[in-house]
Design a protein around this ligand. Structure first.
Ligand code: 4NP
Length: 160
């Protein structure tokens, strides 16, 4: 059984591309499908922000082939887990849900770890340091997500 995970932020050029790249680097692509999207349509079709590309590259993760797309209602059916980077993304996603089952797929990414904040700050208007900070937070959270999925998949083995 493949688990499908969607990472969501506002622009889909800074935070969620890092989350997509990081989680992909930690899972078996046969077992886990990872994608990302944005709740705002400002950069559709664009590559990730050069500052996200740079911090990822520095950590041996290539996100250059990613292209920005808008989150859509159909993503609720296509994905098992939908991770929002901040509370505003969470509210925007949930406002498009049809029922409780769809809402239950949505979580804040940082709820997977305990680092004293529940939101990945938007680094768009800051400098490179902001991107390094965000990378570190997302990295730790993606490690926890990879473990959660592995546990889920092992628990479901033989019962499907
Ligand atoms: P992201 O950052 O949500 O992490 O991709 C942003 C990128 C662009 C904009 C806002 C946030 N923008 O307003 O264009």
């Amino acid at each position: 059984m493949q688990t499908r995970v969607l990472m969501v932020c506002l622009g889909n050029i800074c935070r969620s591309p890092l989350a997509e790249g990081l989680l992909k680097s930690k899972v078996d692509p046969e077992l886990v499908l990872v994608d990302s999207a944005g709740t705002g349509g400002y950069h559709i079709g664009n590559s990730p922000d050069p500052r996200s590309i740079a911090v990822a590259m520095k950590n041996n993760i290539d996100i250059t082939s990613q292209r920005c797309r808008l989150f859509s209602k159909s993503d609720f059916a296509r994905f098992d887990l939908i991770y929002a980077m901040d509370q505003s993304n969470y509210s925007d996603i949930v406002s498009l849900a049809d029922d409780i089952q769809q809402i239950q797929k949505v979580r804040l990414l940082l709820e997977e770890i305990d680092i004293g904040t529940r939101e990945v700050p938007d680094p768009y208007y800051g400098g490179a340091r902001g991107f390094e900070n965000v990378f570190d937070m997302i990295e730790e959270a993606c490690e926890a997500v990879a473990k959660r999925i592995s546990v889920l998949q092992n628990t479901n083995d033989g019962t499907d």
